[in-house]
Design a protein around this ligand. Sequence first.
Ligand SMILES: *Cc1c(COP(=O)(O)O)cnc(C)c1O
Length: 390
Amino acid sequence: MDLSRPVTPGRKLMGAGPLDIHPRVYKALASPVIGHLDPSYLQSINRIGDLLKPIFGTVNATTNAVPGTGTAGMECCIANLTEPKDNVLIGIAGYFGDRLKQMAQRYGADVGIVSSPAGSPVDPSKVEKILKSGKKYKYIALVHAETSTGILQPMDEIAEIARKYNTMLILDVVTSLGGLKLTIDRWGVDAAYACSQKCVGSPPGLSPVTFSDKAINIIKNRKTPVSNWYLDITLLMQYWDSKTYHHTSPSVLNYALLEALLLIHEEGLEQRFERHNQMHRALVAGMNGLGLKMLVEEPYRLPTLNTVKVPDGINEAAVRKYLLDRYSVEISAGLGELSGKVWRIGIMGYSASPQNILLLITALSRALEVQGYKADLASALSGATSEFDK
Ligand SMILES: *Cc1c(COP(=O)(O)O)cnc(C)c1O
């Protein structure tokens, strides 16, 4: 038997997630494992809920992190708010909107769809047209930050429409929580979910969720039990609120998440959001300097996940391999219909730094040059650095 362990290289993570992790978060991961009902551990669970609320922009009592990656949070929201035969409406502007649709279908919903072409957000007027038809929809579910296309979904109009037609809102904030300003309460979002490993800056394995009191009331009055026992929010609340056993809470992951949340608040929410925006502007300036084009037009461009078009004649996968092999930099490929057409560059959490951006621009410029592309590195670097001084 081979007892050697494959070497884990130190990477610069600049893809769709996970992202680089702060040394303090790594240190928290080495904390002792203690019981999930230990009073000291329960204090940490309470703190996680309290620290998450302002980042979500909510005062919802039901706010904490469920075990599992972002998809577990998605499943938690959909499973709890869907009963067989419910009419629900899903906004699809990319891969993760489609995952929401598949999930709602598996929980037996009658699913209506509003879709938009890759690179455009969900169109609020199309949502209103469907709601206006008179059929009652229990909720609209959509993605705030669509990681597959780099779209930032404008929320104000859709929130207004949901209110007008008395429809609940479920929002995927997996790629925005901790990196962009969220106003869950002001938008009237009834359930939202995220993950630990994107802008929050922790390892994968936990999924922050928040439910409004109205949503919890509707869940408590369901005609049928929630089909997913593990992610039944009323059972999870018995652990968070009444401190009775539900599952063996993954302690070291929660310690890491707590440390990551403390780092967010120490930095300050507004400063942190501005850092993400600034690093995004620097990246775009660098891409422009290299002669590369962004997939998404300005008003809908997602700062935390940047889709950059692959120029004609360039082998997309070979560029990513070159970055990983020569510079230990990871970026992501296009997903679904954008496969081979774009690179996806994450500006999230601890990865959203001038060092990472300058390294990426330099490495990418070289990776393009070896394929015969003429890149102006000096202009790209000067474009990016001038943003750092603003
Ligand atoms: C990453 C992501 C998910 C899924 O999260 P996992 O942690 O991979 O399970 C869901 N929605 C969006 C928008 C994402 O970016």
